[in-house]
Design a protein around this ligand. Structure first.
Ligand code: AAL
Length: 389
């Protein structure tokens, strides 16, 4: 119920945001219109200097500024929200065979999470413990049909035997690849120090074959990503696989989360970590999309630059493009050109994100919901038009 209220409060209806990005009009009667070019005839304050590094003087004119709206999805049962069923960390959405596909972490356990001290083989420690990767399809992005498990937990001692979570999808040369976190211990008992595994299939409906190996290993001792490789997020960029991920400096007691990049020519690796890692110093779950010749990132939740949208012309060197609010948590956008943008990224208009319910043991369970936004260069593009429901 609290989810329904929250969704209603923050925008509820299934329509697109209504604001327009307008041209600046210099017809004001006031003399203090911001000069278009940075003044060179006088000293500027630090704030004014910085102001000229943003793409536009007003958010409404900034192609990478948006507001977000949220809509409850139809088609998912949560057992009365008693905490025994959870769906979270959706992948990006793709459109194949005339329908949308999304993959996500699903937990269906006899009890809600009880924390690392009370968990066992059937009682989860945290919301993403003892989970599998499931998938659902939809014709309109609002009503979904849950199709079943895509990647189950493999038998011990294979990577992910304790939990497989937080997946994302790649299409490469006609085949499909799901990357995910493979837990070898319960979350909370340092199980979160997990690496990334991969399964592949000829169709988005599976069957999925686990490669049964670690495809993105943790960094060496002392490296920034030694403790975990989380939230793998692959995009095809410059004819290579760019896989962004989150890791953290293991600060005591709090983690400092950042995002890195690993690049490969083959989906099964080897992936080479970028020498400039971390490439984004904030955020939590990874959410990126090709934009013009570069890459845009929703930087959500954690860090000094949280709640910003950032842009890197080369996919590596990110700058803040806009400051936004009410961002979708763990957003998996519908990225029509995730695998074929060729330097002409068009942006996004919607996707799936999650809302968590915090009760007795931290996050007790989560639901997935739809978000809508206006980060598209061309909503009239025929591919984008599929999203205008
Ligand atoms: C998330 C993600 C990863 C973390 C945990 C489950 O939202 O960042 O997946 O491991 O929380």
């Amino acid at each position: 119920m609290q989810y329904v209220l929250l969704l209603m409060m923050i925008g509820g209806s299934a329509c697109q945001p209504t604001f327009d990005k307008k041209e600046v009009k210099n017809d004001s009667a006031f003399p203090f219109i911001l000069p278009k070019e940075k003044p060179t005839d006088r000293q500027l304050s630090r704030a004014m200097e910085r102001n000229y590094s943003y793409p536009a003087a007003r958010p409404e004119e900034n192609e990478l500024y948006t507001q977000f709206k949220y809509t409850e999805l139809k088609g998912f049962d949560y057992n009365g929200h008693d905490g025994t069923i959870s769906r979270r960390d959706p992948s990006k959405v793709i459109f194949e065979n005339g329908q949308y596909y999304v993959w996500y972490t699903k937990r269906d356990t006899p009890t809600p999470p009880k924390g690392p001290d009370l968990c066992n083989d059937t009682i989860p420690s945290r919301d993403w413990d003892l989970s599998e990767i499931w998938y659902a399809t939809s014709k309109d992005g609002f009503t979904w049909e849950e199709k079943g498990v895509a990647v189950p937990r493999p038998p011990k001692p294979n990577v992910g035997w304790r939990s497989v979570t937080t997946t994302d999808i790649l299409k490469w040369k006609g085949k499909y690849y799901l990357y995910y976190q493979g837990f070898m211990q319960a979350s909370g008992k340092r199980g979160d120090d997990c690496p990334v595994a991969v399964s592949y299939a000829d169709s988005p409906d599976g069957p999925w074959t686990p490669a049964n190996k670690i495809v993105i290993p943790n960094g060496k001792e002392g490296e920034w990503d030694q403790y975990s490789i989380h939230d793998p997020y692959p995009i095809v960029y410059k004819d290579k696989i760019y896989l962004y991920y989150k890791s953290d400096f293991d600060g005591d007691p709090n983690l400092v989360r950042m995002q890195g990049l690993a690049i490969a020519d083959d989906p099964l690796g080897p992936f080479e970590k970028h020498p400039l890692n971390p490439v984004i110093t904030s955020g939590h779950e990874t959410t990126l999309f090709p934009f013009k010749e570069g890459m845009a990132a929703l930087v959500i939740k954690d860090g000094t630059e949280h709640f910003t949208i950032q842009y890197a012309e080369d996919g590596v060197n990110f700058d803040i493009a806009s400051v936004v609010s009410l961002m979708p948590t763990a957003a998996g956008p519908y990225v029509p050109d995730a695998f074929n943008s060729n330097g002409n990224g068009r942006g996004i208009t919607w996707g799936i994100s999650h809302f968590t319910n915090v009760t007795t043991w931290k996050e007790n369970h989560a639901i997935i919901a739809r978000f809508d936004c206006d980060l598209s260069l061309d909503v009239h593009d025929p591919v984008m038009k599929q999203t205008q429901v």
